[in-house]
Write a protein that binds this ligand. Sequence first.
Ligand SMILES: *Cc1c(COP(=O)(O)O)cnc(C)c1O
Length: 379
Amino acid sequence: MLGPAAPPIALHEPEFHGREWEYVKDCIDTGWVSSAGSYVDRLEREFAGYVGAEYAVATVNGTAALHLCLHLVSVGPGDEVIAPALSFAATANAISYCGAIPHFVDVSILTLGMDPAKLAAYIGEIGEMRSAGLVNRVTGRRIGAVVPMHTFGHPMAIDPLKELCARYRLPLIEDAAEAVGSTLQGRHCGTFGVLGAYSFNGNKIVTTGGGGMIVTNDPALARRAKHLSTTAKEPHPWEYVHDEVGFNYRLPNINAALGCAQLERLPGFLERKRKLARAYETAFDNVSEADFVKEPEGAQSNYWLNAILVGRCGETTIRDGILNALNESGYRARPAWRLLHKLVPYMNSPRMPDLSIAEDVERRLVNLPSSAHLADRLA
Ligand SMILES: *Cc1c(COP(=O)(O)O)cnc(C)c1O
């Protein structure tokens, strides 16, 4: 359906056909390329408006955004943080930067994100409410937060998870790194939790080269996010006074300029990516050995990465044969991430005994080339 792949067709490529060059040139011409400048404020304002959050704070990348979110809700050394076994390493790494330990749980086959019902049953077994909050009775550690992730841009079932978090007084931090432009019941992913984190890495739906964003509706958290991301320096025209251990996590103005131009293009990207997704869906309609991953009911996915599940649950995998064939013919398809509890740094992390859905997805998932411009090849 996409035609010959010579030169090869990438998994996801950025596209700069808007005002990117104009805005970046403006930074260079005016000398405002670094840690101050009007594009940072503008990107924060426009992004907050786009997702419908009160406040947005730009960061140097999505991992830093996630780290700061966890730090802001007081996740600290010795805490456990609940995260899906199926995610990019950054989700677990951000937890580790706080000195905390990720606790991996299973996902749903319908959303590819955390399964709130399964998590509720699991917490019922291992959790105990104490004065410090929810504690894992098995390890004796406090559970400091829950970090769901919206896989490939498909919104996970956030409402039941939100209820669960309220019941156990757990801060809900959304890893919405892949979900810029995705909504659930009309509300933007990343705005359901106390804080949400996004990524503008080069392979994401909009890019600033490298970059990220934190959103929240809490003015105190927003103020502290900005303060901590800018070295915790007290405002003063010439004195350098820092009132706590801060981070150098702010987004440079030149990257924000790129982001402002990309954000203008986002509605067009979303439209073309939906067109491409529909074409994939139709193409796989009559293929019994491959199920196209559709957006969950009630959700509007950004279809950041299209995916199919190949073969049947529990069968020997046909995935590698398909990946080989696609890559040899120039289509840069790839498998899901190696599950987090199988990575060397996280092999000893606590986890749900039954991670069978995540395991099944890992065995069967294939991501397909998903750049917006591929929609222009379709008839
Ligand atoms: C991309 C991504 C991140 C991190 O973003 P960077 O900007 O690359 O640091 C975090 N979580 C998930 C799920 C991602 O896909």
